[in-house]
Design a protein around this ligand. Sequence first.
Ligand SMILES: [Zn+2]
Length: 157
Amino acid sequence: MELTCEKCGARYQIEDRAIPVGGRKVKCSACAHAWHQPAPAARKIDESVLNILREEVAYEQRARAQTPPRPEDTPPPKVQLPAKPPAPGDPPGFAIGFWGTLAVAALALGVYILAPQIRAARPEAAQTLDSYTTIVGQTRQALHRALENVVKRGGGG
Ligand SMILES: [Zn+2]
């Protein structure tokens, strides 16, 4: 609190607890004026109540100092998984790729092995195994022979 001399106006800054609840007699060091200084307004509260309040504040401060930071005080951690490229030996993808390749290879191998049998069993199917140009050439030759037969039959008639 701040004390002001009633006589010379000198100001003194003193601690509140320097003045008891009932006040005390102070003396100006500048002019030697003495007067009875009443306690500040806050000090008029019963000292026991103030002590209890101080204890509460001190207890609260100690509790906060010992308590770890609460979750809402700390920012939420960012859950960001690093981008992980698929490993060469990744089990799922490798299995699918392996069996898929094996299935295609088995199908191609089966067609290759059965190709002669297909040609023998289905002669017309053998043409489908040949190139398209060969099929077209054979068709044109067959058609040409057919036309020649028609012409010969018609002409020789
Ligand atoms: Zn004074």
